[in-house]
Ligand binder design. Sequence first.
Ligand code: MG
Length: 253
Amino acid sequence: MVFTRNREEIEKIRVSAQLVAMTLRELGRHVRPGITTAELDRIAESFIRDHGARPAFKGYRGFPASICPSVNEEVVHGIPGPRELREGDIIGIDVGVEKNGWYGDAALSFPVGEVSAEARRLLDVTRESLMRGIAQARAGNRVGDISNAVQSYVEAQGYSVVKALVGHGIGREMHEEPAVPNFGPAGRGPRLMTGLVLAIEPMVNTGGFEVVTRSDGWTVATKDGGLSAHFEHTVAVGPDGPEILSALPDQEN
Ligand code: MG
């Protein structure tokens, strides 16, 4: 079942998505060498609860924390813990919140101090692939137009897109239909309609696209150990084109 939302409902999703964006901005102020991923998780959970919302990931299918921090070769779904960030790391942080029964979901990848040119380029390419995917989130297009825009850009830059995990519809649940792959042919898949709200989330690897799930049952990492980055926005298909619900008014992306 694919839902479309009216303006009032989209504004409720926007409230949740804006809180996700504010949480990510707050976390970005704390990302530095020496901080642990558990400390980042505590900061995020307090911030979300102080704003009258609930961290959507906590307890989701048994997930134990409020954020998913994924460092270097980790792709997504990392579990917060005692690991200290080190100069030169990159960290993807995925945040979801539920407020008044509506969900928002977004992710950013951050450099930790000075990072390699390759890491910097991976962050730039992944962010740009998300923006190219979002640009296709228009009524009349199909999901495959988003998918293809992401994949074609990423592969032209010499990187690969993760295929085992995909974006999704979002609204009353964190994960709704349709699936939004980051790969595949243009012009295929479900038709995009005004009022559809999607979480678009490319995961991009410097090496191969294959991933493995670690024995903790959650952390997804690249099979070849190459670096991976993840950017995500909650996006509404609006009457005049895509509306990024999880970008702050003064945010560049
Ligand atoms: Mg998501």
